[in-house]
Ligand binder design. Structure first.
Ligand code: HEM
Length: 209
């Protein structure tokens, strides 16, 4: 028999889907800024930058970045408050056993192990670690961003992060980690299938009872 069960609360779905274009705009505008001074080991090949229209758009990039950061931060803040007050954080927070279980889930997904460890709650241990990690990365993006946005007013923060250059590098690394999370996340969502994706849109999942 099939049954329809509620999976994701409305508030989480709204925050999740709002976050997608907001983070996309933050990364895109960040790259426009980065192009103007790509000082790290990761450079954007000239031909690619021209092809994608990323060159000579520093002012535009800054305009977007410093505007979109507000809704991005507000959405993240509301989402974290919702998790805290609704008790939904229990579905996301890993515990001590999650690290070993996440390794077993990863081995299973890489087809190196047959059995999955029993899932406790809505998400498996690898998801718990990845989602909690993504939330922490979002916070880290804001903190490192603030350190390089206001290095005088928030001088103490810039100092705590190792100085302006270090904070800039950390901000960049956080962006790479978020992009890495996104790539794995979307791959896993595609692998999980339509029923799982639809639950993040409609809130309900069809389960076999
Ligand atoms: C095309 C883009 C995306 C798609 C299709 C997508 C899809 C999904 C789906 C289907 C789930 C539920 C997983 C499950 O029930 O097993 C989920 C959860 C989640 N996703 Fe995404 N996602 C996308 C982008 C993002 C981005 C950009 C982030 C953050 C960087 C993100 C962070 C999360 C988090 C934290 C959860 C857990 C939400 C909760 O229950 O509180 N997702 N996503």
């Amino acid at each position: 028999m099939t049954k329809i069960v509620e999976k994701h609360p409305r508030f989480i779905r709204w925050a999740h889907w709002l976050n997608f274009p907001l983070l996309g705009l933050m990364i895109w505008s960040g790259i426009l800024i980065y192009w103007a001074n790509d000082m790290y080991w990761v450079g954007i090949p000239e031909a690619l930058a021209v092809r994608l229209g990323l060159d000579y758009r520093l002012a535009e990039g800054m305009g977007w970045h410093f505007f979109v950061m507000w809704p991005f931060a507000l959405n993240g803040f509301c989402y974290v408050c919702y998790l805290a007050f609704s008790g939904e954080w229990r579905e996301l927070a890993p515990d001590r056993a999650s690290f070993l279980e996440a390794l077993l889930v990863t081995l299973h997904d890489l087809r190196l192990r047959k059995e999955l460890p029993p899932q406790r709650g809505k998400f498996n241990a690898a998801q718990r670690l990845a989602y909690t990690g993504a939330i922490l990365l979002g916070m880290a993006a804001l903190v490192t961003g603030l350190a390089i946005y206001k290095p005088v007013q928030a001088g103490w923060l810039t100092w705590l992060l190792g100085g302006y250059e270090a904070a800039r590098r950390e901000h960049f690394l956080v962006m790479l980690a978020l992009a890495g999370f996104f790539a794995v996340h979307v791959t896993q969502v595609i692998r999980a299938g339509w029923n799982n994706f639809r639950a993040m849109v409609a809130g309900y999942e069809v389960v076999e009872k």
